[in-house]
Each structure stands twice: as structure tokens, then as C-alpha cells.
Design a protein around this ligand. Structure first.
Ligand SMILES: Cc1cc2nc3c(=O)[nH]c(=O)nc-3n(C[C@H](O)[C@H](O)[C@H](O)COP(=O)(O)OP(=O)(O)OC[C@H]3O[C@@H](n4cnc5c(N)ncnc54)[C@H](O)[C@@H]3O)c2cc1C
Length: 433
């Protein structure tokens, strides 16, 4: 059975474990191939109905770590959490991290993930020095900005369509202490979010905001802004790298009560801060960057039908559309209680079809209510296109081919570099419609 983080698919695919990076791609009967990592992508970028998927999580070895320069080479199936366990004790941190550490380095490259420091650092791809790409015809390409530069650019953010990445070399960020001094500031409207972002981009390395999606009218866009910097004092290693997680029980088909429980937890956290208006405290990095990692399989809370996630970015000059999108969601009564809002900066990704770009980005979940939800997502998609924005493939399950080509104008150039045997549900959808 096929699987994605949004639990939206009942697709059949043949799964193969990769034995060793040196062995390359196994010879398989299926004509459509795709490499996958931890399957933390919400939609169908990592789904290959009727084809083969190569599980790259078995490519889990570190190859080299230069702890003076902060340069790491590891196999593509190593997770970001494993990277942190190796590098934090030596004073190095991930240059960019998404909102979960259960992600492989190969998956981070293929979706060119972004984090709370995009405004200053850019995306993960900006830190990739080189990687190995194995094609289905047996070709092995080492790719960098200078060597096989077209495949380098097509694979970063290329949704796994250019072949199997077996190892990646990337640079890290020097830190004194992985923990963060976090400031939480309640704000009451979208305009306040924009001015807080502009101010915090000058003073803080990491910025993110949670907004209350149920609020309508004058309260549209109210939320809490979290800004943070690493602290600069000695730290307790054991405490910093400790991680405990609880699991959500297997499917019982009664997702909504659990959704409400989780929302309540987040709600309480949100309003505790809001009531205080402004507060400052030290947080372990795991709590700040990965708040949902303590609840394993939290995606099950949406029940058997699963859920959609929507993430868009729109240019700052058109960013008032975010306020209109929020109103549309509030009117529909379908969105999750909390959504994430942040600004993205102007450091350009080397990726040919990368999502991260300057602007304001909004992300939230929608429980799957079938046509009611897809109709709403279609409406939001048109608003994003109209505002000259883009939708994130890693989170998408519905965008049309026309929208994809609009958002990713280097589509034709990219299409020529795809491995002819590689495909995915996502690619078949956006290349057909
Ligand atoms: C709670 C949560 C928070 C998140 N927060 C963020 C965020 O803040 N920012 C952000 O950018 N994303 C975020 N994401 C999305 C996530 O970071 C990406 O979807 C990431 O790519 C998932 O990596 P994975 O290892 O699970 O790869 P998968 O989901 O298994 O695959 C992702 C893509 O990578 C390709 N791929 C995987 N391994 C290889 C390989 N070895 N060779 C070639 N291609 C490969 C696959 O074909 C697929 O197209 C979040 C996801 C979750 C669940």
C-alpha cells in the first residue's frame, strides 16, 4: 500500500530496500521508479501508484565530517535528527531545518526544504556542495555547481524525478549553544504581523508565527510571533539531545476528537502567550524547531480519510491576498485551528523548480471532506496564481498542471532532465493536466 503523510492514498506500489549506495538502483520489473525517504511529504510527491519505490532510509551511513570547516558528507537516508546528534556536540547545527527532524537528507534536498531562518539563510539547497545521482540507465553523476550543473539545479527541489541521490555533502552552521532564546509576541492583525516580521528580520535568526485560522472579521490574522536566536553560553549536551515522543494509536477512524485535543493543546500554548502579550524564555532547540515531533504519527489524528495540507508563498507586494485567503478559510469553517505564517527572504535557491522564494508563506491543514475540501483548495489555488505566488509540491495533492507551470516557469528546462523511468503521482498529475 502506498503512503504519504496526509494519508490520502490507497495506491499500490512495490517497495524495494536499497542495500548499499555502491550497489545503485536494483534491477526491477516495474517501469515507473521513485526514491523515497521518511515519507514526511503530505501529498503525492513521494507516491508512485502502480510503480516501484526505492526506500533510501537504508542508506544511513555518515561518510565524512570535517568538524573544523563544518562540512558533512552522508548517505541520503540519514535523518536530520541523526545529523544533529553527530554535529551538535562539535558545535555545528543544520544550516536550514524544516519543522520536523524525521526527514532524510535526500528528502530535504529533493524538496529543497526551508525553515524559520529563510529570511536570512535561504533554503537547504543553498548549502548543498555536491551529491551523487544515479540514473536508471546506470549512469553515475557527481553533481555540484560546477560539475553536471544542470542536474545539480534540477535535483535540488526536483521532487526526486531526476534519479536516486545516494549521498549528499553540505555545509553546517557554527553555534556555541543549540538552545534558543525565544521571544513570543502576541499581535492582533495581519498588518502587525508584517511590521513585526520586518523588525525581527534585522534582529533574529529564526522567525515564525502561528495564527488563529478560526478568527474572522476584525480578528483576521491575529496570532503569536516567535522569534529566536541561539544563545551563546556553555550547554548541557545530554539535555540538548534528549528526545521523548509519544505515539498516537493506530487508525480507529475517530479522528476528530483527537484533532480537537491537539488543537486545544496548541490553543492553550498560543493564548498563554497572548495573555502575557510578550514573553521571553530559553528553549531547547527540539522544542522550538520540532514541536510536533514529540507526538509520533500525529497525522493519524485526522482519521481514515486523512488530510490535505496547503502551503503557498506570495510576493510581498501582493501579500494582502494572504489576508483574503485567511478570510476565505475562516468563512469555509474547514481549516485547522492553527496555521503557520512567515516571511521568506531574497537568498535565491540554486534549484530550477524550487518552491522557496521571496514573499510571505502560509501553511495549514484541512481534514479531508472530499469535494468540499478540494473545491476550497481550488479556490485558494486561483487566489495564489492571481497574486503571482506559488504552491509547495511537498505539501500539495491537488494543484493543476497549468498552475504548476505558472508557479515554476523553468518547467520545460526541468522536464528534459528528468530520468525517463522516474515518476510520481505528483508528476503524472501536473504533467498531464
Ligand atoms: C510536521 C512537518 C513539518 C514540516 N515542516 C516543513 C518546513 O518547515 N519546511 C519545509 O520545507 N518542509 C516541511 N515539511 C515537509 C518535509 O520537510 C518534506 O516533505 C521533506 O522532503 C520530507 O522528507 P522525507 O525524507 O520524508 O522524504 P519523502 O517525503 O519520502 O520524499 C520527498 C521527496 O524526496 C524525494 N526523495 C527522497 N529521498 C530521495 C533520494 N534518496 N533520492 C532522490 N529523491 C529522493 C522523493 O521522491 C520525494 O519527491 C514538514 C513535514 C512535516 C510532516
Amino acid at each position: 500500500m502506498s503512503y504519504s503523510w496526509g494519508n490520502l492514498y490507497q495506491a499500490r506500489e512495490q517497495r524495494y530496500s536499497l542495500s548499499a549506495r555502491e550497489a545503485g538502483l536494483p534491477d526491477v520489473a516495474e517501469s515507473s521508479l521513485l526514491a523515497v525517504g521518511q515519507r514526511r511529504s503530505y501529498g503525492d510527491v513521494g507516491v508512485n501508484d502502480g510503480g516501484a519505490v526505492f526506500d533510501s532510509t537504508t542508506l544511513s551511513r555518515f561518510i565524512s565530517f570535517d568538524s573544523k570547516q563544518g562540512i558533512l558528507r552522508c548517505e541520503a537516508g540519514v535523518t536530520l535528527w541523526e545529523v544533529l546528534q553527530l554535529t551538535v556536540p562539535k558545535g555545528w547545527f543544520l544550516p536550514v531545518t524544516p519543522g520536523t527532524s524525521f526527514v532524510t537528507v535526500g528528502g530535504a534536498l529533493a524538496n529543497d526544504v526551508h525553515g524559520k531562518n529563510h529570511h536570512g539563510a535561504g533554503s537547504f539547497g543553498c548549502f548543498v556542495r555536491c551529491f551523487e545521482l544515479r540514473r536508471s540507465d546506470g549512469e553515475v553523476l557527481e553533481c555540484s555547481r560546477l560539475q553536471n550543473a544542470d542536474y545539480f539545479a534540477a535535483s535540488i527541489g526536483g521532487c526526486g524525478l531526476t534519479g536516486l541521490v545516494t549521498w549528499v555533502e553540505f555545509s553546517l552552521k557554527k553555534i556555541v549553544n543549540p538552545s534558543l532564546e525565544v521571544e513570543s509576541i502576541a499581535y492582533s492583525c495581519y498588518a502587525d504581523f508584517l511590521s513585526l516580521s520586518a523588525e525581527s528580520e534585522q534582529s533574529h535568526e529564526y522567525n515564525v508565527s502561528w495564527i488563529d485560522c478560526l478568527a474572522g472579521g476584525a480578528d483576521t490574522g491575529r496570532g503569536v510571533f516567535f522569534r529566536a536566536n541561539h544563545i551563546e553560553t556553555e550547554f548541557d549536551l545530554d539535555e540538548s539531545l534528549a528526545r521523548s515522543a509519544r505515539s498516537v494509536p493506530a487508525f480507529v477512524g475517530k479522528g476528530f476528537p483527537l484533532v480537537n485535543q491537539l488543537s486545544l493543546m496548541m490553543f492553550n500554548r498560543l493564548y498563554r502567550f497572548q495573555n502575557r502579550n510578550r514573553s521571553s524564555h530559553i528553549e531547547p532547540f527540539g522544542k522550538y524547531f520540532y514541536p510536533l515531533d514529540s507526538l509520533l504519527n500525529w497525522n493519524r489524528i485526522y482519521g481514515r480519510r486523512g488530510f490535505y495540507q496547503f502551503q503557498c508563498v506570495v510576493p510581498v507586494e501582493n501579500s494582502l491576498v494572504i489576508s483574503e485567503i485567511l478570510q476565505e478559510i475562516s468563512r469555509s469553517g474547514q481549516g485547522s485551528f492553527l496555521s503557520v505564517l512567515k516571511t521568506m527572504g531574497s537568498v535565491l535557491s540554486p534549484g530550477m523548480i524550487s518552491f522557496p522564494r521571496p514573499g510571505v508563506t502560509l501553511a495549514l491543514d484541512f481534514p479531508n471532506r472530499q469535494s468540499k475540501t478540494t473545491a476550497l483548495l481550488g479556490k485558494l489555488e486561483s487566489m495564489v496564481v492571481e497574486a503571482n505566488g506559488a504552491i509547495y509540491p511537498a505539501k500539495d495533492a491537488v494543484m493543476s498542471g497549468a498552475t504548476f507551470r505558472h508557479c515554476y516557469p523553468r518547467y520545460d528546462e526541468f522536464s528534459k532532465l528528468i530520468d525517463p523511468k522516474f515518476s510520481s503521482g505528483f508528476w503524472r498529475r501536473v504533467s498531464a493536466s
